[in-house]
Write a protein that binds this ligand. Structure first.
Ligand code: ADP
Ligand code: MG
Length: 450
């Protein structure tokens, strides 16, 4: 592989990540060679290398793969020039070089594509979306903090950026700061090292809106947690809006101090549920329409998007990647993408998503959770302590497998499909009225999908 391949990767990334991101993070990378599947890049600073690695390495690897280059790992290291600098000065140029156009100093850049306009709303995310909208509209601070949680690739970061864009558009004078918890920690450690804690505290206490993404990251990092807690309290006291995200509910974050957990739950906690078929299809249709504007000649046959929505798992990022590949493929072969060609082009993605949960796995997991026997799960007993878990398992089978209701019924000791339907409905009702059941279902769903 040569510089030329990297040039093509960069080109593709430019379209994918947007101008700002491209200019800030991709353009400054200097390709330094490929050996044994490892592509090396020289970066102006460690900070930048870390940032690119965390936020763009998947995409970079994907583009290399698409061009047929055998790259399995990316390594970023600083230039000789930057390495020679005094450690204290080392990070300063990173921020300067990165010139995040859209942010105030302590924040990370916002992805221009992550707006409310591009966010597709469906049942699994409507509550989170509504809460995000409300907070973005400003007005009295009602939910503080707004805590968004949910699995990987379900749109937490997208919603946070959307809030930031919206607030900035409505009230340009507001100081809105978005950053990941990891970056918060990094800044904190850096401030400690450079004896600039006063500046650090001042900076974070003078913002109007603070957004910290993936706060589960600071679990177990005691001094960072402590500082975060103080920042948090100071801002809440001033009635400043705080928006947080995590991959799980506040109460489920391990190694997080109790007082912090309880603080995290003191506002509104909303959950982004795993995508369902309708939402996936909606997202695919929206994104495909946008590709079509860009490439009006490309044709995707009827049924292909439906197929993808059906077959690709709940992570929206994976879904987007698949669609992007499909369009890249279409533009390469210059033909209509039929269902068959799509299956061909995406065989690896489909195979990975194929790791579908089985009815039996669901039954076992649910039985274990409720501490009942597998034989009771599929047996005839009808008392509630057994019937309820059975119904929960039925509901999960309906949601997580592609099996039909009669088929599911058969696997539950030869029950009729109407029994399954009744069970599913019952659980769907209970989830609305009984928070314990709702929590159980969610927990089981997550662990089955992990
Ligand atoms: P998370 O932070 O929850 O891991 P992201 O916000 O990074 O997930 O979302 C992953 C990708 O999926 C992003 O490119 C995002 O734009 C896209 N995405 C997620 N949910 C939606 C949605 N409802 N509509 C449109 N795009 C979405
Ligand atoms: Mg995220």
């Amino acid at each position: 592989m040569t510089n030329e391949t990297w040039g093509r990767v960069r080109e593709a990334l430019q379209a994918e990540v947007g101008q700002n991101n491209y200019r800030n993070w991709i353009e400054p990378l200097e390709f330094a060679g490929l050996e044994g599947g490892v592509a090396r890049f020289v970066v102006p600073t460690n900070f930048m290398g870390n940032w690119v690695e965390r936020n763009f390495s998947d995409r970079i690897l994907r583009e290399f793969a698409r061009l047929g280059a055998d790259v399995s790992r990316l390594v970023f290291s600083v230039t000789a020039g930057a390495a020679r600098m005094a450690p204290k000065a080392e990070e300063a140029p990173a921020v300067a070089a990165a010139k995040p156009v859209e942010t105030n100093l302590p924040g990370a850049p916002l992805d221009p594509r992550f707006t409310f306009d591009t966010f597709v709303v469906g049942k699994p995310n409507q509550l989170a979306h509504a809460a995000a909208r409300r907070v973005a509209e400003g007005g009295a601070v009602t939910f503080n903090p707004l805590f968004l949680f949910g699995g990987v690739g379900l749109g937490k970061t997208h919603l946070m950026h959307a809030i930031a864009h919206e607030i900035k558009a409505r009230k340009p004078e507001m100081r809105v700061v978005y950053l990941s918890a990891e970056q918060f920690m990094y800044r904190f450690v850096q401030a400690l090292r450079d004896k600039q804690m006063m500046d650090f505290k001042h900076l974070f206490r003078s913002v109007d809106v603070l957004m910290v993404d993936d706060v589960q990251f600071i679990a177990g990092k005691d001094s960072t947690q402590e500082e975060f807690f103080h920042t948090f309290n100071a801002l809440v006291d001033q009635n400043k809006q705080i928006i947080l995200s995590a991959d799980r509910a506040p109460g489920e974050i391990k190694d997080m101090e109790e007082r912090i957990k309880s603080r995290l739950q003191s506002g509104l906690v909303v959950d982004l549920h795993p995508t369902d078929y309708e939402l996936r299809l909606g997202i695919l249709q929206t994104k495909a329409a946008r590709y079509r504007e860009q490439y009006p000649d490309l044709v995707i046959a009827d049924g292909v998007l439906e197929f993808l929505a059906h077959r690709i798992s709940t992570n929206v990022r994976v879904l987007e990647g698949a669609l992007m590949r499909l369009f890249a493929f279409a533009s390469l072969v210059g033909q209509e993408i039929t269902l068959e060609k799509a299956q061909d082009a995406l065989s690896d993605v489909l195979r990975a998503s194929d790791r579908k949960v089985t009815v039996e796995e669901i039954q076992r997991k649910v039985a274990e959770h409720y501490n009942i026997r597998m034989s009771d799960m599929i047996g005839p007993k009808r008392q509630r302590a057994i019937a309820r878990p059975r119904q929960v398992a039925m509901k999960l089978c309906k949601d997580l497998t592609t099996r039909s209701l009669p088929d599911i019924g058969r696997r539950f000791g030869g029950r009729d499909h109407t029994t399954v339907m009744h069970g599913v409905r019952r659980v769907e009702e209970l989830v609305k009225s009984d928070s314990q059941i709702a929590e159980d279902v969610e927990l089981l769903r997550r662990s089955l999908e992990a």
